[in-house]
Design a protein around this ligand. Structure first.
Ligand code: FES
Length: 163
């Protein structure tokens, strides 16, 4: 399949937009955004075919793209549920009770970290490193939004409001 058959027009547009921000010989600078767009078009996870298409589009070697795709925790390499829930368990959040939040979520959703609910609604991401909202710990990221100063009650409201 060609790159155009694998990447949607929207993804290709996004890649072009990010690519235009950098010098032509610095195409790799657009890689993070390109992978994010490719992941978004595929219900939240990357496949080898998608990463290969991104490599071709940005004229990078496949291994350069695999290295980035497998290094950053914001990329998923296997199917996940619709909503991505990531609780920060780094030092500041841990001191503020992130363990309680993780336990509460695991019990409420009946899954462990790294698993998705059977209905395909919630993916509980493996413990997340510092998400740079330390002053508001414990905190979690749900899809692209941050929620801070969590309590089990607050978590219930947030999770129950997800479609
Ligand atoms: S330690 Fe949790 S956001 Fe920094």
């Amino acid at each position: 399949m060609t790159t155009e058959q694998i990447l949607t027009p929207h993804t290709l547009e996004e890649i072009a937009e990010w690519e235009s921000r950098y010098p032509p010989e610095q195409k790799k600078s657009a890689l993070l955004a390109a992978l994010r767009a490719a992941q978004h078009q595929n219900n939240g996870y990357l496949t080898t075919a998608l990463m290969d298409a991104v490599a071709k589009r940005l004229e990078l070697s496949k291994i350069e793209v695999y290295e980035v795709g497998s290094f950053y925790s914001m990329y998923e390499l296997s199917p996940v549920a619709k909503h991505n829930v990531a609780v920060c368990t780094n030092v500041s959040c841990m001191l503020m009770g992130s363990d309680t939040i993780v336990s509460h979520l695991e019990k409420k959703l009946n899954i462990k970290l790294g698993e998705s609910t059977a209905d395909g609604r919630i993916y509980l991401k493996v413990e997340e490193e510092c998400l740079a909202a330390c002053a508001g710990g414990p905190m979690m990221q749900v899809d692209h939004k941050y929620y801070t100063e969590l309590t089990p009650e607050k978590v219930d409201k947030i999770i129950d409001a997800l479609e």
